[in-house]
Write a protein that binds this ligand. Structure first.
Ligand code: NI
Ligand code: MN
Length: 224
């Protein structure tokens, strides 16, 4: 039994009895974030790509908590003198003590804010305590999401809906159809004006194709 807390943008915190795993911990400069760097405890930090609204406070959090950063190998190579890290690449999976992590495709870009190449962006497919969680990262809609849905019985999918940089609402609804998760949670919207989206419109549209959707405000959580 675990809990996933949404902290705004694409930052989620997964808590199990033994571990806390962060994905894309964007705290400083995130107007929606409900937590402070000093208050966050974690064992692992998963980063989908190098953009500041995902990489966020990764280095500081990893140092403070002696946490391991899991990401694309070019990204981990860029920080491995500062933090403990585990580099991976697309399609690869590895079993950690908290569960299994597989890197999925994400159609997007990945560099630091000052332009350094960070390898390809990715999404994460997690198997934790018998549940399958998919965090799509920043991505366009792509047809191979159908393959992800066919090969995995996904319990909870976190999908971007904010448009401009990623899928918008209608493309994300199509993604739900492809991925076929038991529950979908929208992310990557309303943090900035450019990515304003109506999460309730998304929820209605997801429900209209017979699927479930939970809209989480920052600080709210979902059990798994
Ligand atoms: Ni991005
Ligand atoms: Mn982003």
């Amino acid at each position: 039994m675990g809990k996933i807390i949404f902290h705004g943008q694409s930052f989620i915190e997964i808590r199990t009895d033994k571990h806390t795993i962060l994905i894309d911990p964007f705290i400083s400069g995130n107007p929606l974030c409900d937590v402070k760097v000093d208050d966050v405890k974690c064992d692992y930090i998963l980063v989908t790509h190098g953009h500041g609204d995902h990489f966020g406070d990764t280095v500081q959090l990893a140092q403070k908590n002696d946490a391991t950063v899991i990401a694309m190998v070019e990204l981990t190579d860029s920080i491995d003198e500062k933090v403990k890290s585990h580099g991976m690449n697309l399609g690869g999976a590895y079993s950690f003590d908290f569960g299994r992590v597989k890197l999925t495709l994400a159609h997007h870009s990945s560099s630091t804010n000052d332009g350094r190449y960070m390898g390809d962006p990715c999404g994460f497919l997690l198997n934790i305590e018998g549940k399958c969680i998919y965090h799509a990262g920043d991505t366009a809609l792509f047809y191979d999401m159908k393959l992800i849905g066919e090969m995995n019985k996904i319990d909870i999918a976190f999908l971007p809906i904010g448009d401009n940089y990623t899928m918008g609402v209608d493309d994300a609804v199509k993604a739900v159809e492809f991925i076929n998760p038991a529950m979908t949670v929208p992310m990557h919207y309303n943090t900035f004006d450019l990515i304003k989206a109506d999460a309730n419109d998304f929820k209605r549209k997801v429900e209209s194709i017979g699927k479930k959707c939970t809209v989480l405000a920052p600080g709210e959580s979902i059990d798994f």
